[in-house]
Every structure is written in C-alpha cells, then in structure tokens.
Design a protein around this ligand. Sequence first.
Ligand SMILES: C[S@@+](CC[C@H](N)C(=O)[O-])C[C@H]1O[C@@H](n2cnc3c(N)ncnc32)[C@H](O)[C@@H]1O
Length: 292
Amino acid sequence: MLAYRHAFHAGNPADMLKHTVLVAALQLLLAKPKALSYIDTHAGAGSYRLDHGMSQRLGEYHDGIGRAWLQDQVRLALQDAPAHGLPQALVDYLRLVLQDNPDGTLRVLPGSPALAARLLRPGDAMRLFEMHPTDWRSLKASLGRRRQTTLGHADGFAGLRSLLPPPSRRALVLIDPSYELRGDYRQLLESLRDALQRFATGVYLVWYPQLQTLESRDLPRRLRGLAPGGWLDAQLTTAPPRADGFGLLGSGMFVINPPFGLQPLLEPAGRWLAQVLGRDGAGRFQLQARPS
Ligand SMILES: C[S@@+](CC[C@H](N)C(=O)[O-])C[C@H]1O[C@@H](n2cnc3c(N)ncnc32)[C@H](O)[C@@H]1O
C-alpha cells in the first residue's frame, strides 16, 4: 500500500532542483530534430494545487518555489525585464510554471510530466507510470489525451524494462521514486543496471534524497559505479542535520550521459537555489561530473 502522496511535498526545494534539471536537460535534447522519448517511471499526479488541500497541510512549498517566487530577480525575469540576473535554467523553468499561473499568483505547480508535455514536440513520445490510484486518475485526466502518450497504472521499474531501447533510439528517462518502500534503493539500482544494458546511450535522471541514513549516503557512490560513461551529480542541501537524525537535508539529481551544455547551465542555477533556499546557514550546492 502506497502512503506517499507527492502533493504534500510539491514545490519544496527538492522539487525545484529536480524540475530545473529536468527542464534544462529536455531543452538541450530537444534542440536536435530527431524524435525523443520521455519516460517518467514515477510520474505522480501531473500537477498540484498549492493554494489548498494537501500542499497547504505541510506548506513545504513555502520553503521552495514559494520563497523563490517572491525574489525580485524572479519577478523581473518573469516580466521579461532586462538585466534581471536570474540564471537561465531558472528563467526557463519558472516561465513554464508561470504558464499555469498567468496572473502571477502561484496556485498550481506543474509536476514532471506536465513540464515535459509543455516542451515535447507532437512527434515525441511520453511513457508515464504511476502506481497510486488517485494520482494515476489525475494524471490520466490531465495528460491521457495527449497523442503519442501511454500511461501505465503500473510499477515504473518494471515498465522501464519493457520500453528499452526506444524506437527513436533517443530517450530521457526520469526515475523519481519516493523511497518510501524498503526495496526502493535496491530496485532503483537493479532497474538502472538493466536499463543501461538494454540502452547504454539513454539520458537517465535519477532523483535521490539526502538523508542521514547509510543507504541514502551511499547511493551517489553506487550510482557513479553504474554509469558506463559520463555522469553529473548535482546536490542541493538546504537544511542542517537534525539531532534526532530524521528529516530531509536536501537532494541530488544524478544524470547519466548528461547532454552537452548541462553543467554550465546548472552551476549558476544551483548556487542561486542554495543561497535563496538554504536555511540556518545550510545552503550548499555541489556539482561533480565525469566527462564521457
Ligand atoms: C516523488 S513522486 C513523483 C513526482 C513527479 N515525478 C514530479 O516530479 O512531479 C513519486 C511517485 O511515485 C509513485 N510510485 C511509488 N512507487 C512506484 C512504482 N514502483 N512505480 C510507479 N509509481 C510509483 C508514488 O505514488 C508517487 O506519486
């Protein structure tokens, strides 16, 4: 039984890092005319209301996109003012968010599949998986009618295996588990190992949490060990460690086969996020990479 609902966490600092990296990587890949497949193994509900319901209960978005949205640089960038100084990757991401909030008041947050749907071209395929029945129904209602799109109310780890290699031989795969189930870390690594054997040249984006547990701390090292060629590991820390050892300190995005040009886009964006979203002096952005 899945207890995790992304709506409680939508728009938090981890979502900001994930969605900024996703949008930047997709835009770079879409600069080439050949068709691209977008595969989202843990797609969530599609979009989230920030102004009522679950998002309001924990209010995590206040520490993430809510805080970013209030910055003068963001306001100016979204008004197309010259010399706003906001890093380009954030401009590109936040302009997509603005499309869902045209009067400038933040009410709706597009999730990963909604952001991808805005960027993909009509001939690009979307393959989405979501296991939670309620979130799956929302996803189907918002994206089920898009052409070239299939939605699986199914396990995304298993679903990924059936899709690789994609007919277009070009794909971006987002793997964004909730890490709520005991087997998620193991399944992630097994599924990625299998995916790379089937399709070594795909671009894989893996979101992971920074927690004070051994499994979590060891994950980046294990991901690096799996990547056959180039990788990029972007870590955004925004909260100091708690004495009880619980709580999310930040998160990382691990990218296998990063598209050319991703690193210079992410460096200033990550530094900006660390500075604006870091609490109690904990803001830190670290980017490490191995070229292919
Ligand atoms: C972190 S949320 C996804 C958020 C979404 N990618 C976004 O950025 O907007 C993880 C989602 O995975 C779903 N989920 C958990 N295990 C799954 C599995 N094995 N296959 C597919 N979906 C799963 C959860 O119900 C949850 O909605």
